[in-house]
Ligand binder design. Structure first.
Ligand SMILES: [Zn+2]
Ligand SMILES: [Zn+2]
Length: 971
């Protein structure tokens, strides 16, 4: 038995590879010609490295072209500049290693199917060279899990997967030889062990860890490794159940869908080849997932750039065609036939497919090019059908993906695309853009989502703001992480009127329902909000519009949240206008003339600002409606064919005139919507929406708790099941640090372990603080275990005064290493202060509606003059950086000092900001970051709520709010 298919199956494929697919085999061999001519393959001596600079044009942020033959000269595709810096070379290594490993599979496939001796030699040479090199790459300084050649585990997984498949195909004829034993012992076994040590839960990356482990388990004949990859807690079946939603979409967005599904294909193929019976629901979702990228395609055949997706990526790429072919190889599906008809449509265009420089399964998109079956990859040579059924196109229909929470309503032979993106929040790659409104007519993207540009460019924070979307926000802050719920969907084939509506809680105490009524040539957008207080309610519309009736823009500054990802820091040139009922805007988007009538039933104003456009594009203007009220309704009518001549809004409905002889009257009727078409004396009534079928009302949600990339899920009351710890109250003010001999943590106290939370009956007169010793069980590691990191420990003390809650943390450290204030993190997009000795503090308050705050605190000891000995009790200022802030500002005072065995930091916050009336429940979590002087990235963390068996990678300064410990402030 071999990894992907049996030796017998390989023999049977030969006639197809030399028959109908012979042009594909010839094309793949042509890709290998330069390598075949070059002799022994070159292997970089350094490991790959990720930095902010590496691999991107400093002027454009564009990814530099990857040329496997040019390690030291890297060209920007936008400006043509060639760069030679070391950082670009270290980034290029990643692409090169993946490219070379994939060439080994190409060569081994051709060897197995066409008896090509030169290809067999090439695959052998690559495997032998890596067997000699692998152990020499150091496993350290990684960004995302342990690895030797790379900086992230999943990249090593993709690489190992290629090498394992290549070796297996080489051995298909003659069985294992000396090379096979060497590759098994020097690469596959140690690399698989390293990958197995790092579990990424529900992340798309774990899909590839599973695929590599399954392949290694198959080749090493270790059934337990294969079984774990299939049925383990983060295995293939778990991904089917929780990562791939019931509608066949991966929860992290379009580009991660394509990436994850390619990885799932390996898992499924290996599992089935080795007799694992996969769940029928898992197989159904996997099958469905071949078709879903085409179900939501825009009129220009790109996929929607939702979440962290790249912008305007065409589906017309050879990998998409290969995916359709692999789907069809598993069974008939008219949707895939239709997709292939579009992909293989003869086209006047020209251009290389990019396959010759492809980097295995890493996600690198290429411009659309004409495709044929000869454009496919090695997998098609092994698995695609001998010949395809007749390819026929179908006009895409409207679709509702209930798992993902995305409804696409199409009109005009699919030339018009209207969507409401309301559901699944998308884990760490999700954007705070619930209830985002899309309107695309042909090539004209009137309202859309532009995805994300570079992860290492500051504009990332704009693209990850609500303000960058056509989605509502409250009090100038990006939405908190929320999953919306469908409240209505009524779309029937052949009908010209359809409706979708959904509801989401976008901020504590703020609920918004958005309804789109989609007609043949116009859309009604209705937003209704209710809050438990007066809020500022903003609705951005990302269209560069002019006013059509009255009024004059005056320049003013648009105020908003100052958070990193609130987006307001990115806007400029703002103009302002008082709102009047039924204002009309018009805009030219490509060849489409758009008119929008807008009405709001509360006092409001209009804003127009300049902000970053789509990634790689120039800055552009957008509109924003701002109101201030506890509740209200904003309605707009969007017309793009010139057929709507006037709109009249009244509290009960909207009357839309279409010339002199036709009128559409829209009335909300409870949960339903009534459309009355009046034409001369004729009248037709259509009722839309109303009660939803039971299964439609809820949105299955991928739980991302086990994913380190998942951000904080801010669910108030998540700690309800855990009893609160009553906080001791001191009679007076706690003295400032450094002014008294003792500190909170050195006062006698009842030790309370974070692991065993129980209510303690403290005697208030002693005012002994709650103490939490942090050690091994609280340690979150990187490459070094707690022991290897020098067994770091700290003690957290908590106490209340009549006016404040005081937190104190005493850290044992031989060489406290505090980072200086940096404007930028050269390594990545995280806040630079996480790579320092310091503290991350998280507070959830119950005052009024749920509030949530977080800070990074780094002591700044005064510089010690060179001629003086360092004082061991020197007081230090603390650099306090507020991060999350849901709720009114919460002032935090902090001080610190060095101690003989480390450092101590104290922070205090007013009781009144946490609890109403000075008493009640709140939550708190605290993380101590620790770094050694020789490191660039932090080494580990001590986490108050526990960190055992966890890794620090990708966590940044984020912490799951649901894990915070509950405390109670007595009267
Ligand atoms: Zn450039
Ligand atoms: Zn987005």
């Amino acid at each position: 038995m071999t990894v992907l298919l049996s030796a017998q199956a390989i023999v049977e494929r030969r006639s197809i590879a030399c028959g109908t697919l012979a042009p594909l085999a010839a094309s793949l061999r042509a890709d290998l010609a330069p390598l075949l001519a070059a002799g022994a393959p070159w292997i970089p001596p350094e490991k790959a490295q990720l930095s902010r600079v590496g691999g991107r044009c400093p002027a454009h942020g564009t990814l530099l072209e990857f040329d496997p033959w040019s390690p030291r000269a890297h060209r920007c595709p936008d400006c043509g500049t060639v760069f030679h810096e070391e950082e670009h070379y270290r980034w290029w290594i990643m692409n090169y290693q993946l490219w070379l490993a994939e060439r080994a599979v190409h060569a081994a496939t051709l060897s197995a199917l066409t008896d090509d001796a030169a290809c067999a030699r090439l695959a052998t040479d690559i495997l032998a060279a890596y067997a000699a090199r692998y152990a020499q790459y150091p496993n350290r300084d990684n960004v995302l899990g342990p690895t030797r050649p790379f900086f992230s585990t999943y990249l090593e997984s993709i690489w190992l997967l290629q090498l394992t498949v290549a070796l297996d195909l080489l051995e298909a004829g003659d069985g294992p030889g000396a090379l096979g034993a060497e590759v098994r012992e020097r690469i596959i076994r140690p690399s698989a062990a390293l990958i197995a040590s790092y579990d990424e839960g529900l992340s798309n990356r774990q899909v590839y860890n599973n695929a590599a482990l399954a392949a290694a388990g198959a080749l090493l004949d270790e059934p337990s490794l294969l079984a774990r990859a299939v049925a383990g807690p983060s295995g293939l079946e778990a991904h089917f159940a929780r990562g791939l939603l019931a509608d066949g979409t991966w929860y992290e967005g379009e580009n991660y869908h394509l990436f994850a599904h390619r990885g799932l294909w390996y898992g499924v193929t290996i599992a089935e080849a080795h007799g694992h019976v996969l769940s029928s629901e898992g197989r159904r979702r996997f099958r469905e997932a071949f078709a879903t990228p085409f179900a939501t395609a825009l009129p220009d055949f790109t996929f929607p750039s939702r979440r962290d997706s790249q912008y305007r990526v065409s589906l017309r790429q050879w990998r998409m065609a290969e995916s359709c072919e692999l789907g069809l190889a598993r069974g008939d599906d008219p949707r895939l036939i239709s997709a292939l008809a579009a992909l293989y449509r003869p086209d006047d265009g020209a251009g290389a497919s990019g396959r010759a420089t492809s980097t295995a399964e890493a996600e690198r998109n290429t411009p659309p090019v004409p495709l044929t079956r000869s454009s496919l990859g090695w997998k098609s040579l092994l698995f695609a059908r001998e010949s395809l059924p007749p390819l026929g196109g179908r006009v895409p229909a409207s679709v509702h993906l209930a798992g993902q929470g995305l409804a696409v309503l199409r009109r005009d032979e699919a030339r018009t695309f209207v969507a409401l993106d309301y559901g699944e929040s998308g884990g760490g790659h999700g954007h705070p853009d619930r209830l985002n409104f899309w309107l695309v007519v042909g090539e004209a993207r009137i309202l859309e989502d532009v995805g994300t540009g570079s992860y290492v460019d500051p504009t990332l924070h704009w693209y990850r703001s609500t303000l960058a979307h056509n989605a509502p926000l409250a009090d100038g802050r990006s939405q908190w992480r929320a999953t919306g719920v469908l409240t209505g969907y009524d779309e029937r084939a052949g009908e010209k009127a359809g409706l979708v509506s959904a509801r989401a809680s976008i901020a504590p105490g703020v609920t918004v329902e958005r309804t789109l009524v989609v007609m043949d040539d116009y859309v009604i957008d209705e937003l209704r909000w209710t809050a438990d207080r007066v809020i500022t309610f903003d609705v951005p519309y990302h269209v560069d519009a002019e006013m059509a009736n009255g009024g004059r823009w005056g320049s003013a500054v648009l105020a908003g949240g100052r958070g990193l990802e609130d987006g307001f820091d990115f806007i400029a040139g703002s103009e302002h206008l008082t709102g009047t009922p039924g204002r009309l805007f018009h805009a030219q988007v490509g060849d489409v003339r758009v008119r929008a009538w807008v009405d709001c039933d509360t006092p409001h104003e209009w804003w127009r600002c300049v902000a970053p456009g789509p990634p790689g594009d120039r800055r552009r203007r957008f509109l924003l409606l701002r109101s201030r009220a506890r509740s209200g309704t904003a309605r707009s009518v969007w017309s793009w064919k010139g057929t709507v001549s006037a709109c009249a809004f009244d509290p009960g409905g909207i009357s839309i005139s279409r010339g002199a002889w036709e009128r559409h009257d829209h009335r909300r009727d409870g949960d339903a919507w009534q459309v009355t078409r009046v034409r001369r004396s004729e009248q037709t009534v259509r009722r839309l929406g109303g009660a939803l079928p039971a299964c439609e009302g809820t949105t299955p949600r991928a739980t991302a708790e086990s994913s380190p990339s998942a951000g904080a899920d801010l669910e108030p009351g998540a700690n309800a099941a855990t009893p609160s710890l009553a906080l001791p109250v001191a009679a007076g003010i706690v003295p400032p640090l450094g002014e008294v001999a003792g500190s909170l943590t050195t006062l006698p106290a009842t030790a309370v372990s974070a692991a065993a939370v129980e209510v303690t009956a403290d005697a208030p007169e002693h005012a002994a603080p709650l103490r939490f010793p942090l050690g091994r069980a609280h340690y979150r590691r990187s490459e070094a275990t707690w022991e290897d990191a020098g067994a770091p420990v700290a003690t957290v003390g908590l106490l209340a005064t009549p006016t404040h809650v005081v937190v104190e943390v005493a850290v044992r450290a031989d060489t406290p290493t505090f980072a200086p204030a940096l404007g930028d993190n050269p390594l990545d997009n995280e806040h630079p202060d996480i790579n320092s000795d310091g503290v991350q503090l998280y507070v959830g308050a119950a005052q009024g509606a749920g509030r949530y705050y977080s800070w990074i605190l780094v002591p700044e000891p005064a510089p010690v003059p060179a001629h003086e000995p360092a004082s061991e009790a020197a007081p230090a200022r603390v650099r306090v950086t507020a991060r999350a802030a849901f709720g009114p500002p919460l002032p935090l005072e902090a001080s610190a000092r060095l101690t003989p065995d480390g450092w101590v930091l104290r922070a205090a916050m007013p009781r009144a900001a946490l609890v109403s009336g000075g008493a009640g429940d709140f939550t708190l979590d605290l993380i101590v970051n620790e770094i050694s002087p020789d490191r660039a990235r932090r080494r580990g963390q001590l986490v108050l709520s526990g960190g055992r068996d966890e890794w620090i990678y990708l966590r940044g300064d984020r912490q799951d709010a649901a894990r915070a410990l509950p405390f109670c402030l007595p009267e």
